[in-house]
Write a protein that binds this ligand. Structure first.
Ligand code: SF4
Ligand code: SF4
Length: 368
């Protein structure tokens, strides 16, 4: 299919697109460009393509769609941009224009249909329930998130166990998808707002003062996106922030450990120190930073719909992150997001590496 498209979602971003000086500083840090080496795949190329679509100078077709979906929305390019261009905003809004004009990958369509039909991107119809699920009122609500609930229940179980051991008064939110997956791939705001309202209702029913998250993607949604559309009358915290200051006594772990910053938690929200404080508090563990850390951290490759539409790219990007951890002699790479754990594990397999990949909360549960 080839056609000139209506671009009502990206219309307001004209100034943003025109401010790009095409300097190319962004290219060197783009994990997808690093693999493909196609100009159109780099952040600068994406801005040019988006402008061309908006001005109807180029028609949308499969190749344009491919370039605009080969992006993890990691925001590393924005960090390098001297003109402060919001590349992720441009990419996500032009994706909305592509989707509303009928350009959507079958895998992404499945994800959206699953979310609308079942409340989770995996299409699971039987809710995985955990201890505490039935508790009605508490000070803290734990928002499990779809990946921990349906694909990585060990992370949810570890979180529940840690909160219990620390004596926290908590309950579990009967959550549906936070909306991150459908927003990243360009589905309509209306569907996302509906999910937001469903979650808000479930949280308010529990009367909590604070909601904690183990998924960096859900955390970012509540920290940055929900407040644009709905009023939140509770505090939003990642579990790492919640437990960092509690001074839990940990057993020793004699390992060389590094930390992978999830983009949604790091660059998108700015939470860097809490997980490092926790790792440094593990007796006998040696903490080592990868060369690319905190705001310069390389993405795991799993986000922005890349893993579902271009799994080979996602795996190779994860493999490069595993290489970076190996380069500093780490035996274990910890992170604070089930999605990053999943994708880093596929990179580990690709590299045939014996690096241990774990979510920080699972390790803390074993050490308390
Ligand atoms: S760094 Fe910014 S101004 Fe330079 S090419 Fe990239 S998006 Fe454009
Ligand atoms: S957000 Fe990340 S993947 Fe997307 S263009 Fe920017 S650097 Fe590349």
């Amino acid at each position: 299919m080839e056609k000139f498209i209506e671009t009502k979602h990206s219309w307001d971003l004209e100034k943003e697109m025109m401010t790009c000086t095409y300097c190319g500083f962004c290219k060197g840090v783009c994990p997808v460009f690093d693999i493909s080496n196609w100009e159109g795949v780099g952040p600068r190329g994406k801005v040019i393509l988006s402008y061309g679509l908006r001005e109807k100078e180029i028609p949308a077709d499969d190749s344009v769609m491919e370039r605009l979906y080969q992006c993890t929305t990691c925001a590393n390019c924005e960090r390098r941009c001297p003109s402060d261009i919001k590349v992720v905003d441009i990419v996500e809004n032009i994706r909305k224009d592509l989707v509303s004009n009928g350009f959507i990958y079958p895998h992404h369509k499945d994800v959206v249909e699953n979310v609308i039909r079942t409340g989770n991107p995996y299409g699971e119809t039987e809710k995985v329930e955990f201890k505490h699920e039935s508790k009605n009122k508490a000070k803290i609500g734990y928002f499990v998130g779809c990946t921990s609930r349906y694909r990585f229940p060990s992370i949810a179980k570890a979180t529940i166990s840690v909160l219990e051991k620390l004596g926290e008064d908590f309950t579990i939110v009967d959550d549906v998808c936070c909306g991150s997956t459908i927003q990243r791939i360009g589905w309509s705001d209306e569907a996302m707002k509906d999910l937001m309202n469903q979650n808000l209702k479930k949280i308010e029913e529990k009367g909590v003062e604070k909601v904690v998250f183990t998924c960096a993607g859900c955390y970012r949604m509540f920290k940055k996106e929900y407040p644009k559309h709905v009023d939140l009358n509770f505090e939003v915290k990642h579990i790492d922030e919640e437990i960092a200051g509690l001074g839990a006594k940990l057993k020793p772990l004699r390992k060389k450990i590094t930390f992978h910053d999830p983009c949604h938690m790091g660059r998108h929200v700015g939470l860097y120190e809490a997980p490092r404080d926790i790792i440094r508090s593990i007796p006998e563990a040696e903490f080592v930073e990868m060369e690319l850390n905190r705001s310069t951290a390389q993405c795991c490759g799993g986000g922005g719909g890349l893993r579902s539409a271009f799994p080979d790219y996602a795996k190779e990007i994860a493999g490069r992150r595993i290489d970076q951890a190996s380069d500093v002699g780490a035996e274990m790479i910890l992170t604070s997001c089930p999605f990053c754990v999943t994708n880093l594990n596929s990179g580990k397999e690709k590299r045939n590496s014996d690096m241990e990949v774990k979510d920080l909360i699972e390790v803390i549960d074993q050490l308390i």
